[in-house]
Design a protein around this ligand. Structure first.
Ligand code: HEC
Ligand code: HEC
Ligand code: HEC
Ligand code: HEC
Ligand code: HEC
Length: 184
């Protein structure tokens, strides 16, 4: 059976079939990568570029980055506090989802994009306390229109920085590269 399949795969028709199978697998994989780099469907087309450009601080909308384990994503009342004073809010089609949600007493459910799996323990606090800036890990959010999935947040990424930051300090290196520091 195996031998027969093998012979068939080497015949001209077989080669074409194998090629087609390989190509479709490849395009499926490419499509997967493309899909995960597309911005998710958000409740409203919020852009960092515009708002950070207005001078609103990161921590105004993500205060948990200093205080809690997770920076958190802002509730609609944070948006509304400012937008109810802006004339354009009532007329802009881009802001209609906000006006409608407020009228119905609903909130926004953001689709998170920057995430590590549940079996990874990550908290912002020690990182911010160690003097890292948001852009060290999230890139330049001041230029981001619709946030997409950052592909870089894998184990190698964490370990690279931990090794770099612990250079020369054996005790710290052991701690920051220990499996139990990030997994438990
Ligand atoms: C006016 C409020 C506001 C300000 C100011 C703001 N953000 Fe955000 N941020 C949001 C909202 C809303 C989302 C969720 C929607 C999205 O992903 O675009 C978000 C998402 C993010 C995400 C992706 C998280 C995820 O999982 O979706 C990162 C990272 C982030 N913000 C970092 C920053 C940084 C860094 C700054 C300062 C340079 C900043 N933000 C300023 C409102 C804000
Ligand atoms: C500090 C005040 C402030 C906060 C807080 C704020 N915005 Fe804005 N937002 C503005 C201003 C000012 C504009 C620009 C209005 C203009 O173009 O004249 C704007 C524009 C927008 C636009 C584009 C509107 C258009 O027609 O171009 C969207 C969408 C938006 N904001 C969503 C949000 C969301 C969602 C939040 C909460 C996560 C939020 N904003 C929080 C001040 C704010
Ligand atoms: C050392 C790297 C690092 C630094 C520095 C950092 N972040 Fe993050 N951030 C992450 C990682 C990793 C995640 C995913 C965490 C998770 O899945 O729980 C994340 C997630 C987020 C999210 C999504 C949170 C949510 O509740 O869904 C926001 C918003 C965010 N960061 C904002 C910030 C802001 C604002 C700063 C600066 C004050 C900052 N981050 C600094 C690595 C970092
Ligand atoms: C840009 C550099 C950088 C990146 C990226 C980074 N870290 Fe860190 N991490 C640090 C620094 C610096 C400290 C603080 C070390 C100290 O105590 O001085 C730290 C501390 C920690 C701690 C606390 C250790 C303790 O003292 O108990 C944990 C847990 C942690 N990191 C997990 C992660 C995980 C998980 C990721 C990837 C998702 C990650 N880090 C990515 C730089 C980084
Ligand atoms: C500095 C943080 C950190 C340390 C230390 C660390 N890991 Fe991880 N690990 C991660 C992150 C983040 C992921 C998630 C990777 C992703 O989403 O691609 C991960 C994923 C994994 C996975 C799942 C593999 C996969 O491809 O999904 C295994 C298994 C694992 N780690 C084992 C270990 C072992 C064993 C050690 C100790 C030698 C270790 N890790 C140390 C951060 C860490």
């Amino acid at each position: 059976m195996i031998r027969k399949t093998f012979e068939w795969a080497l015949s001209p028709m077989g080669r074409i079939a194998v090629l087609i199978a390989a190509l479709s697998l490849f395009s499926l994989a490419a499509f997967g990568v493309y899909q995960s780099q597309q911005p998710p469907e958000q409740p409203i087309q919020f852009t960092h570029k515009l708002h950070v450009g207005l001078g609103v601080q990161c921590l105004y909308c993500h205060p948990g980055a200093l205080r809690g384990p997770s920076p958190g994503l802002p509730t609609i009342s944070k948006c509304w506090g400012c937008h109810q004073q802006i004339g354009k809010t009532q007329t802009s089609p881009l802001l209609k989802p906000m006006v409608d949600a407020m009228a119905k007493g609903e909130g926004f459910t953001w689709v998170p994009v920057a995430q590590v799996p549940d079996f990874v323990h990550f908290t912002h606090r020690p990182h911010v306390a160690a003097g890292l800036n948001c852009e060290n890990c999230h890139g330049d959010m001041t230029q981001v229109t619709i946030a997409v999935n950052p592909q870089v947040m894998n184990m190698g990424w964490c370990l690279n920085c931990h090794k770099q930051k612990a250079a020369g300090d054996e005790e710290k290196l052991t701690k920051l590269t220990d499996c139990g520091t990030c997994h438990y």
